[in-house]
Design a protein around this ligand. Structure first.
Ligand SMILES: [Zn+2]
Length: 236
């Protein structure tokens, strides 16, 4: 085999190894992100529950204000009944007092409902907080495993990268830049063997004279269909 081609194929092998490490590393990073995302979403539900508590407290205070106002009005009516002369005035005031007693009772039951809502929502906040803590505890072991895996892969990547750089340095500059350009814009495999009379990547037919040249000189030639660097490999 042509030594230039041999070096180029060696570089491509090293690059494919590096790519494989990168893909496994990406997978680990994605798994770590999924764990982070799960915590964020659980924490968000604490926020939602907290906002409901605040809203219910605001409603309860509103009702408290109304209850207070009605109580004062009732108080005023009682005092007026005390000082009024028996007769028509008193009867009217008594009727008013009865009516507003019902209103007050309704407001008070509203207050109880608001108070119950506050308590129920505070329970939900506590539950959401417990859920976040439980989730974080559950994630401790998987996170440790992922961190260990990531450290391994980072070390593996450093080795693969050094090997790749060493191989790249051995490839003649023009060939190497052609290869780098192709790899940048295309599939990871930039150097492809002929498949019979066609390109091994896109299966565009390659004219016989060019195939013969590749076979005899061992040089690489660009595919007219997809642009990859083609080379001849003896099938026997
Ligand atoms: Zn092709």
């Amino acid at each position: 085999m042509n030594p230039d081609l041999e070096k180029l194929l060696d570089l491509q092998d090293k690059d494919l190894t590096l790519l494989d490490v990168d893909q496994r590393l990406d997978q680990v990073l994605a798994e770590e992100q999924a764990l982070d995302e799960a915590v964020r979403s659980a924490e968000a539900s604490i926020g939602v529950a907290q906002r409901s508590v605040a809203e219910s407290i605001r409603r309860r205070i509103e009702v408290e204000g109304r209850v207070e106002t009605y109580r004062k009005l009732q108080e005023g009516r009682r005092k007026r009944i005390e000082v009024s002369r028996p007769g028509k005035d008193t009867a009217g005031l008594m009727a008013e007092l009865d009516l507003s007693r019902q209103v007050l009772a309704r407001e008070e039951s509203d207050w109880f409902r608001a108070q119950e809502a506050v308590q129920a929502q505070e329970t939900r906040v506590a539950e959401a907080e417990t859920a976040v803590e439980a989730l974080k505890a559950e994630q401790v072991a998987p996170r440790e495993a992922l961190a260990a895996r990531r450290a391994e892969l980072e070390a593996e990547r450093a080795v693969a990268l050094a090997a790749r750089d060493a191989s790249a340095a051995a490839v003649a500059k023009p060939l190497r830049s052609r290869y780098e350009r192709l790899r940048g814009s295309r599939a990871p495999r930039a150097v492809v063997a002929l498949a019979g009379d066609a390109c091994g990547a896109c299966y565009t037919a390659v004219p016989m004279n060019r195939r013969a040249q590749m076979r005899m000189s061992g040089v690489v030639d660009a595919c007219e269909g997809c642009g990859v660097m083609l080379y001849f490999v003896d099938a026997s």
